[in-house]
Design a protein. Sequence first.
Length: 255
Amino acid sequence: MKPPETLLEYLVSSERIVIFTGAGISTGAGIPDYRGPKGISKTRPEITLQDFFADPEKRDQYWTFKSEDARQWSEVEPTPAHNAITRLSELGKLTGVITQNIDSLHRRSGTPEEQLEELHGRMDQVICIACGYKDSAKAWYQGWLDEKILPVCPKCGELLKPGVIQFGETLREEDMTRAQHMMQHPDLVIALGSTLQVQPAASFPIMAARAGIPYIIVNQGGTAHDGLPHVALRLEGDVQELFADAVDDATSMFG
């Protein structure tokens, strides 16, 4: 049988697909990336985990940033690419989604919980890193915006923080383990909308590729994996068009 050559052919011939996503899959929904020309890094200071706990002024600033983001993102809808990934799940072709994004748009699009790993955390949660308490973030963000009520853990009394990975914070062991498990037996790995620069997250797709799994990159702009011999197919352009359209075509072929 002739090996696949196009994204459509890979989608049709594969049964255990793992998708790796970055900020580029959500910019079409109006959520800015971090390092791009109009990215968040251009307008906000970097606040590390150490800053958050040691410096009350920076902690207040961080809560304000995240609370304002949560309010702005609350009405954002998943993009065609998010919905296309969910269709792959419905077709029984998806093993997992590993995302660097904190916007929960994969969740909102209907990607099943058991197939989703949000490596960098979730904006819609607050957590206590002292005792592990978690809660929906909405009321905590609103309390901060309305009355500057500093979120404190109701279980142990320590400070709560937005449930996202900050600079200076290591990825959580359970999340790394889940991502590793997802990468054990795929027959296709696709990276969407990521520059593949942030480690250790970007190590997951190339790990599978080095084991001989076909690896496809779809991104607008260069990536850290461009030109590597392990990349089976590199598509330059908008993921909303290239990926979503290919999934539409694959779906129609399956009736």
